[in-house]
Design a binder for this molecule. Sequence first.
Ligand code: NAP
Length: 360
Amino acid sequence: MKGVGAAAAAGLSPGLRAAQPLSVLVMGGTGFIGPHIVRALRDAGHRLTLFNRGKTNPGLFPGLELIKGDRLTSDIEQLQGRRWDVVIDTAAYLPRAVDTLMAQLDRDSLQQYVFVSTISVYANFGTPDIDESAPKEVLPEPESEDVNQYYGALKFACEEAARGALPGRVLTIRPGMIIGPGDPTDRFTYWPVRVARGGRVLAPGAPGDTIQTIDARDLADWIARCVGSRTVGEFNATSDTGVSFGEMLGACRELVNPDAELVWVTHDFLLAQGVNEWVDLPFWVSPEGELRGAWTVNAERATVAGLTHRPIRDTVADLYTWWQAQPAERRASLRAGMSAEREAEVLAAWDQRPAAAATG
Ligand SMILES: NC(=O)c1ccc[n+]([C@@H]2O[C@H](COP(=O)([O-])OP(=O)(O)OC[C@H]3O[C@@H](n4cnc5c(N)ncnc54)[C@H](OP(=O)(O)O)[C@@H]3O)[C@@H](O)[C@H]2O)c1
């Protein structure tokens, strides 16, 4: 509860309207985390302008000013000379997207630039306790704009571009895995949906293995509070304590399908079967693998700055409600996780392992 204490000490009151309404430009705002941030800022009483192409969820916020354009083209010039107190940028993946934005804005009036980065900026997930000072990814080809290949390095280059343009006024947020209603990736969604299907559910590793997540709404509420308090600096943003895989899957069973049976299969067995960490079973990382530090990221600084987390069961409940409301064609094929056939194959091999035969 130290996070709540720090927020109170800083004069912040989660959920209350901001003492001073600010003009805020949101670059993006209509995808996954953007809408949650827009709602949190709007509910706090700030005056919002959105800049996006009007392609993703058009018409989502009819009451807000929308400047329509592609930020990677001359459309960005529509922002020339406009003044905002705060800019929230959820949608920059290339440093030139930050540079061109900075070139347009009236920087004298800008008090805070909130850049949503990622923990993928860190170069080495083979080590535990990654804090904000850990080594960062470096672009091997300085001119590359290949976001698929160099996502982390390019996000860090964006950060550096922002800090270079606005020294002392940048809040850099590096979220871990963001989960919750509206998640387009289906990585976390795989689990409640799999449990809903029922039968024997392949559960990786052991129930006590920890994962780290952040609900998009907790991230949004914290960003809104950081705007109110003009917080700057670099922050990992994920759950500081994490949650166990067993607790997460237990919440899925309890809320979605208590008849599903969890079958815990050891890391070694999964690896021997050629199951791909993370890809085949989202959120699974093996204790010996390159990603073993992914669930021990140090989020102490954000906790002290007031980031709090709702219980995982609340996220599971709301995510599954959202999922059920999606159109049938969206629900027909999950975008993450292994197929039912492959899962059955691995479970059959697990049942036939020598140790099972000996005890069976
Ligand atoms: N998902 C995770 O687990 C995770 C983890 C760590 C960090 N992150 C970071 O979190 C952020 C996630 O963002 P989000 O997609 O949820 O944000 P969002 O703000 O909700 O959606 C992206 C916005 O960008 C706009 N946009 C896209 N291309 C544009 C362009 N060329 N010009 C102008 N606007 C453009 C889209 O609208 P239009 O298409 O209509 O233009 C949309 O409004 C990213 O910065 C990502 O690096 C994600």
